[in-house]
Ligand binder design. Sequence first.
Ligand SMILES: [Zn+2]
Length: 95
Amino acid sequence: MADPLTITHPNMDAKWFDMAVHRAHLNGCRVIPTGVAGVLFVTSGSSNVTYRVTRTECCCEGHRRVGKCQHRALACAYADIYRKIERTADSGTAA
Ligand SMILES: [Zn+2]
């Protein structure tokens, strides 16, 4: 039996996290792998800027100001969803 998919999003409560992921999708933010474990790039969507993001840090101005942002929310969601898909694939069980 599959274990439940949980997403870890430090310093973002559930409501804020949901809103931030939704806003990131609306803005067209994209997640790009870096090849480095625990690090992703996330595009701003509205400009050509790309941010370096970990589960706890993002180099954008908003994150510097308030300690959370849509880029990090999106990265947390992607990281945990991808890991879940990988684990499901590895286990050889049907989806
Ligand atoms: Zn950010």
